[in-house]
Design a protein around this ligand. Sequence first.
Ligand SMILES: Nc1ncnc2c1ncn2[C@@H]1O[C@H](COP(=O)(O)OP(=O)(O)OP(=O)(O)O)[C@@H](O)[C@H]1O
Ligand SMILES: [Mg+2]
Length: 230
Amino acid sequence: MSDEIGAEVALAHVGKRFGPITALDDVSLCVAAGEVVAITGHSGSGKSTLLNVIGGLDRPETGRVLLDGDATWERRRDARMRRGLVGFVFQQHLLLPTLTAQANVEVPLVGAGARRTERRRRAAQLLDEVGLADRAHHVPSELSGGERQRVAVARALANDPRLLLADEPTGALDSVTSKRVLDLLLEVRRRRRMTMLLVSYDPTVGSRADRTLTMTDGRLESGAVTAGVT
Ligand SMILES: Nc1ncnc2c1ncn2[C@@H]1O[C@H](COP(=O)(O)OP(=O)(O)OP(=O)(O)O)[C@@H](O)[C@H]1O
Ligand SMILES: [Mg+2]
């Protein structure tokens, strides 16, 4: 499969419990390469758990998660990151507070074994891509909330992922900043032709996705199995 297009995501009968809580209840889902899927649902319905098992941050107890036909969660997380398959953006930026924007974006490149000069060049390029070239040498506390989230987007792109997973990426931002970050995410998604799953409460998100899925008590609404037309 071409490196230039997003990964295909398939879940078959995925289940995940946390003690007595069923976070994912027999979830099956197909997302086509390059598709943008919005996920909504009330708090505690399992949205973050769903993204985490897709991205390999968490393991399902039952069922299979396939990225491009491969069972992802059976491999080690760092190996998958090196392969550059998945990029994550969370509600909180999770940047390292003592590192500059540039150094934060370099972190996944260190993990991927890139040399120092190459890391610098790549990180500068990525910060430019998210419109932050002039803020590269500031630490997170010197950046605005929207700028921090832009750095988090640049970091998520560092290993050229083919699947972008965003979990309420604008949840901590005001509505104007939120729209800018969302515009940025959709723009980089389009430019890089990534597949994208986006958890959001923003009512405008649904209209900008190819499909919107709703989670209720760990279950995905029916119809999720059929990939949408992009
Ligand atoms: N590590 C964990 N240990 C125990 N329970 C957990 C854990 N992670 C999630 N849960 C539970 O699983 C359920 C689903 O949680 P999840 O975080 O996926 O919901 P969510 O839809 O993302 O909610 P929110 O909109 O508030 O972020 C919840 O009842 C939650 O309390
Ligand atoms: Mg959540």
